[in-house]
Design a protein around this ligand. Structure first.
Ligand code: G6P
Length: 597
């Protein structure tokens, strides 16, 4: 999704800094990029479609200055072309803007600007409307007042930075999308970005701009001056500087060819990290669960599959009424949201717009809101009443791996804690972590890469599971779709005869997830039904079976088997992707952090 990176520095050539920052944000997904920089009291603008070159000198933009804004765009309003790429300049060339989010009422505002001010637009974006309005407002108002009036006009979730050539200031506003300010101790530079990894190399001290807050940043007397304020009252706000726990090295590839495989291998340790939970927070979760009439687990994409898996585990271990829902669908079920309901939002980034909106809605209806996330101080963490962190470290590949298994681990911990069997749950998870550690070895990866060679030309792949492995079948399909572009679908084993069996032809590959549990015999029967119709059965199981044409052995992990079962499928998807010459880290059309609806 769109990424913002901006800086002011004593250094008079910040172009390379901006390119480096944008490069660090590219994992979020983008299709074009651009930079605006003030040079000799003029805004110089550069925009391009496609990839950001690793070498900044390859960008044909000869400009130097100490204040700049940059952007990676993931197209929403208007096609992928340089006209629609950010930054957008105002008509009088005095302001440039970068923006993340969506302005829902932009068509109406655009009409107003055209009719009343004869304003000429150069792009199809909603973003250009913001900078256009700002230019008009600044004709009669001071910056803060203009920003306040502007934000009152805008509907939607957004964050933006306006570069003001007259005052040589950066003007920031946030309503729903992240904007984080990196503040190095020496005060000779400042960074603003959509995500911390963009500048963590330079500072781990950050300020989170909150919703309905604005800021003005500038260079004065050889120091950066920053001024934060409430957009309703325009009163000054003292912001807290927080030290983030991100090791700059963890955001680098190191010796790995791609982030996806790096992150798959980091699962050697991530379950152990997820286990390290603060007992008093876990206790508070359990107390709230015990008081509640029902618990609803929500999430988008992969996180929703974790929600389903967690719900199965709760249903197995407790008598609580638990539901799961896709975040964007919760609003269609408002009637089931009331004070005795707990909503548990699952989200790696903590910034997914639909999940944030679902939590806002749940709050409005009096629900107690909680989250399981990877990002401390993310919007979700700050909006929920209680949070648990999976501590997986920065996840950069679009296809989630280590964050997913970390979320599942916390789900398992919560279910055991709620069943008053926390120690048993911890023991099981610790064992699962050790099993994953053993499992992830070059021989195992090599075996799966051989299977990838067999499957790389498949047109369709199906995955079946039962019980808590049913959501694993769904998640496996997502992994395969995201990085291999093979048509893949996951089903509950029992549903086969109700439609999907018609899709099986000779040699159709079907992954059968068969844990050694009470579903085993039934899922094997399903596998035999598929085999009888010519399907090629790949069994993912701790035990071999004659129904399998190919056996992908996984260790026995009891109720945590769904976590273990995902690992070989992640590796398989990765290797097929590489064999097909795809970029597993940046699947086409997808973004890591979906901050717009
Ligand atoms: C995007 C990502 C997925 C992720 C989903 C939810 O679609 O590509 O990997 O599962 O968003 O993201 P979240 O950050 O809320 O877990």
């Amino acid at each position: 999704m769109c990424g913002i990176f901006s800086t002011i520095s004593l250094d008079t050539n910040v172009k390379n800094l901006v390119v480096e920052g944008l490069k660090k944000l590219e994992y979020r997904g983008y299709d074009s990029f651009g930079i605006s920089l003030i040079q000799n009291n003029k805004i110089k603008n550069f925009k391009s479609t496609g990839e950001i070159p690793s070498d900044p000198s390859k960008i044909e933009f000869e400009a130097s200055g100490s204040i700049a804004i940059g952007h990676t765009r993931w197209a929403t309003h208007g096609g992928v072309n340089t006209a629609n790429a950010h930054p957008h300049l105002s008509q009088n060339q005095q302001y440039a803007i970068v923006h993340n989010g969506i302005i829902e009422n932009y068509t109406k505002l655009k009409q107003e600007l055209i009719q009343e001010h004869n304003y000429q637009f150069h792009s199809e974006t909603d973003t250009e409307v913001i900078v256009a309005y700002f230019q008009i407002l600044k004709e009669n108002l001071a910056t803060k007042q203009a920003l306040q009036t502007l934000c009152k006009k805008l509907q939607g979730r957004y964050s933006f930075i306006i570069l003001d050539n007259n005052t040589q200031e950066l003007i920031l506003a946030r309503q729903g999308s992240p904007l984080i300010i990196g503040v190095p101790k020496d005060e000779t530079s400042i960074f603003i970005a959509s995500d911390v990894p963009a500048f963590v190399k330079y500072t781990q001290n950050v300020i989170y701009l909150d919703d309905n807050q604005g800021a003005i940043l500038k260079l004065a007397d050889q120091k950066i001056q920053s001024h934060y304020f409430d957009l309703d009252t325009l009163t000054e706000i003292q912001k807290r500087i927080i030290k983030v726990e991100i090791n700059p090295e963890e955001t680098e590839l190191g010796e790995h060819p791609h982030f996806m495989i790096k992150e798959i291998w980091e699962q050697k340790d991530s379950i152990r990290k997820a286990l390290e939970q603060d007992l008093s927070t876990l206790k508070q979760f359990v107390e709230k669960f015990n008081e509640a009439e029902k618990i609803i687990f929500i999430g988008c994409g992969t996180a929703h599959k974790v929600a389903i898996c967690t719900q199965y585990l709760f249903a197995k271990l407790t008598k609580k009424i638990t539901l799961h829902e896709i975040s964007s669908e919760l609003k269609h079920q408002k009637n089931i949201l009331y004070s005795k309901t707990i909503v548990v939002a699952i989200s790696q980034s903590g910034e997914t717009a639909e999940t944030l909106e679902a939590i806002e809605l749940a709050k409005k209806h009096g629900c107690f809101t909680t989250c399981i996330t990877n990002v401390r101080e993310s919007s979700l963490d700050r909006n929920c009443d209680l949070s648990l962190f999976i501590k997986a470290g920065t996840e950069k590949a679009v296809a989630s791996t280590k964050a997913t298994t970390g979320q599942m681990a916390i789900g398992s911990l919560l279910a055991f804690a709620c069943a008053d069997r926390l120690n048993e749950g911890k023991f099981l998870l610790s064992n699962t972590g050790a099993l994953i550690n053993d499992m992830l070895n070059p021989r195992y990866e090599d075996k799966i890469s051989q299977l990838a060679k067999e499957l790389r030309y498949a047109q369709n792949m199906y995955i079946i599971g039962k019980g808590a492995n049913y959501p694993i079948a769904l998640e496996s399909a997502i992994k395969l779709q995201e990085v291999t572009y093979i048509h893949a679908e996951g089903f509950a084993g029992g549903e086969l005869k109700h439609g999907p069996l018609a899709l099986i032809t000779k040699q159709t590959p079907v992954l059968v997830i068969a844990s050694n549990d009470d579903c085993f015999q039934e899922i094997i029967s399903n596998a035999i039904e598929i085999k009888s119709r010519g399907g090629y059965i790949i069994g993912i199981s701790p035990v071999n079976n004659e129904a399998f044409d190919y056996w992908l052995k996984v260790p026995e992990a009891g109720l945590d088997s769904p976590i273990i079962n995902l690992i070989p499928i992640q590796i398989l998807a990765y290797h097929i992707s590489v064999l097909k010459d795809n970029n597993p880290d940046k699947p086409r059309n997808l973004a890591k952090s979906v901050t717009v609806k």
